[in-house]
Design a protein around this ligand. Structure first.
Ligand SMILES: [Zn+2]
Length: 214
C-alpha cells in the first residue's frame, strides 16, 4: 500500500505562504533540508511535522505593514535569524491582520530599544486597558494603569507611580479627570518621560509612544 502524499504547494498555501516570494522561499527551505527536490510536486504526509518545524524556525511570515523597509533586492533577516517573507495581513505572524496588534508590535520594539520596562498608562476604559494589557503580554514591559475616573487620586500615590515608571502615557480623550492627569503632567520628574495621547484607541496610543521615543 502506498503512503498518502500531499501536494507541496497546497500544503504551503495552507500554512499561510500566500505570495510567490513566500512560496519560493519556503520551497528553498524544504529543498535545502532534503524534504523534497526541485523536480517534485508532492511528498509523503509523514514529512509534514518536520516540514512545519523547519519552516517555523527558518522563515517569518510578515505582511507589508509589518515588514521594515529594506533596500530592494537585499534579503531581509530578523534578529532571531529567520528570513522575512511577504504574505497577506491575514497570514502575518506579527499582526494577523489587526492594526492594534501591528501597532503594539512596533511599540514593544520601541520600548525594548530604549530599555523601558515600566509603563504607566493614565486613563483608558476598562476594555481598552484589558486589550492593551493582552497585546503587551509577551513583552518584557510591565504595564500599570491609573483609573482616570477616581474622584481622589492622592499626590502620594502619584509620586509612587512616577517613581516606579520610566514612561507615563496620559490617554487624554478617554474617561480622565484633570485632577488625576494633572498630577502626572504638571509636575513630572526629571528624566521621566510623559507622553500625552490626543486620540482614542490602542493604535493611536502605540503610535504616539513610538513617536515620542524616536
Ligand atoms: Zn502584519
Amino acid at each position: 500500500m502506498s503512503e498518502p502524499t500531499v501536494n507541496i504547494e497546497e500544503f504551503l498555501r495552507g500554512e499561510g505562504f500566500d505570495s510567490d516570494e513566500a512560496l519560493h522561499e519556503a520551497r528553498v527551505v524544504l529543498e535545502r533540508h532534503k524534504l523534497t527536490n526541485a523536480r517534485k510536486q508532492a511528498f509523503v504526509a509523514a514529512k509534514l511535522p518536520r516540514a512545519r518545524a523547519l519552516l517555523a524556525s527558518s522563515l517569518l511570515r510578515a505582511c507589508d505593514g509589518c515588514r521594515p523597509q529594506a533596500p530592494a533586492g537585499r534579503p531581509v533577516w530578523v534578529a532571531d535569524g529567520r528570513r522575512r517573507v511577504a504574505v497577506g495581513p491575514q497570514h502575518c505572524e506579527i499582526c494577523s491582520g489587526s492594526n492594534n496588534r501591528r501597532a503594539a508590535a512596533r511599540c514593544i520594539d520601541a520600548l525594548r530599544r530604549r530599555g523601558i520596562q515600566h509603563l504607566l498608562v493614565v486613563g483608558g476604559t476598562p476594555v481598552q486597558q484589558h486589550d492593551l494589557k493582552g497585546l503587551l503580554a509577551d513583552a518584557t514591559v510591565e504595564v500599570r494603569f491609573v483609573d482616570g475616573t477616581q474622584a481622589s487620586h492622592s499626590t502620594k500615590q502619584a509620586e509612587l507611580n512616577k517613581r516606579w515608571a520610566e514612561l507615563v502615557v496620559v490617554w487624554a480623550p478617554t474617561p480622565l479627570r484633570h485632577s488625576v492627569s494633572d498630577k502626572y503632567t504638571e509636575d513630572p520628574y526629571a528624566g521621566l518621560k510623559v507622553v500625552s495621547v490626543p486620540r482614542r484607541g490602542i493604535e493611536a496610543l502605540c503610535d504616539e509612544v513610538v513617536r515620542a521615543l524616536r
